[in-house]
Design a protein around this ligand. Structure first.
Ligand SMILES: NC(=O)c1ccc[n+]([C@@H]2O[C@H](COP(=O)([O-])OP(=O)(O)OC[C@H]3O[C@@H](n4cnc5c(N)ncnc54)[C@H](OP(=O)(O)O)[C@@H]3O)[C@@H](O)[C@H]2O)c1
Length: 240
């Protein structure tokens, strides 16, 4: 039998991250879950396998200090992301582009994956079942973009996908066993999607619990596939 998994969920305070934490704690083959938050909190579940930490994943010193304190890691799942904040919603037109919102989107949606890969590499190299994944979004696909709009979010997720592809290619040379995945969760009922759920077709708005279960099954199966894929919750490839 394989060793129990040591997992890190980055953004375990968010809708999807929190549901992934709960789902994973329901499994016998999970040894511990390092669970991070920034402004929110990790759910106070009565389970000694949770190791909570406050980490600002846009800040390299914060990422480094957190990962330097960990000895073993098999899976790292980055669930951090932003679509809107108190001041800005996603753009409907180029006329609405705001420099601060664009920069913030890149900072929160793109940069953390690079910082996490940089500082988690030494840990994942030691694991026999290493998976490095970030939740991206189908709207980050350039080929799939037929509607336009949501420019900062789309651009930051497209850049995230490029970052993940570069990480996958580099690790194919230096750490072949690490599987790198870019995951689309499907539209999920969380604070991020709340203002935009009006047009979601019947049956297409997933609960966080459903999304968590589907995404985790993709992580479970990652070892059977090549690294560097952009897939949805059902394992279907999405064009870059
Ligand atoms: N929900 C959807 O329909 C949907 C669809 C496609 C893709 N996605 C993607 O799925 C991922 C998870 O989204 P969600 O729906 O679960 O959103 P959410 O409920 O709004 O959660 C967002 C998470 O990001 C964290 N975060 C934001 N800025 C941070 C920073 N600087 N440092 C550390 N953590 C930070 C938040 O932490 P704190 O609260 O602790 O600050 C929170 O845990 C995102 O990447 C999103 O783009 C979601």
């Amino acid at each position: 039998m394989a060793d129990p998994l040591r997992i890190a969920i980055v953004g375990a305070s968010g809708g999807i991250g929190r549901a992934m934490l709960v789902h994973l704690l329901g499994r016998q083959d999970v040894a511990c879950v390092h669970a991070t938050s920034l402004h929110g909190s990790v759910p106070a579940l009565d389970d000694e396998r949770i190791i909570a930490a406050t980490v600002d994943v846009t800040d390299e010193a914060s990422v480094r200090a957190w990962l330097d304190g960990i000895e073993h890691l098999d899976w790292l799942i980055n669930c951090v992301g932003m679509l809107h904040d108190d001041q800005h919603g996603p753009e409907k037109s180029i006329r609405q582009v705001d420099a601060d919102h664009f920069s913030r989107s890149m900072q929160v949606n793109t940069l953390p994956t690079l910082l996490l890969a940089k500082h988690a590499e030494r840990l994942l190299k030691k694991s026999d079942s290493a998976v490095f994944s970030t939740i991206s979004a189908r709207v980050g696909s350039i080929e799939d973009n037929r509607l336009g709009g949501w420019i900062s979010y789309r651009a930051s997720k497209a850049a995230l996908n490029m970052a993940l592809k570069c990480i996958a290619i580099e690790w194919q040379r230096s750490a072949k066993h690490i599987r790198v995945l870019s995951l689309h969760p499907g539209t999920t009922d969380t604070p991020l999607s709340k203002p935009f759920q009006g047009n979601v077709p019947e049956g297409k708005l997933f609960s966080p619990e459903k999304t968590a279960a589907l995404l985790i099954s993709q992580l479970d199966g990652a070892g059977a596939h090549a690294s560097g894929r952009f897939i949805d919750y059902a394992g279907e490839p999405i064009p870059w």
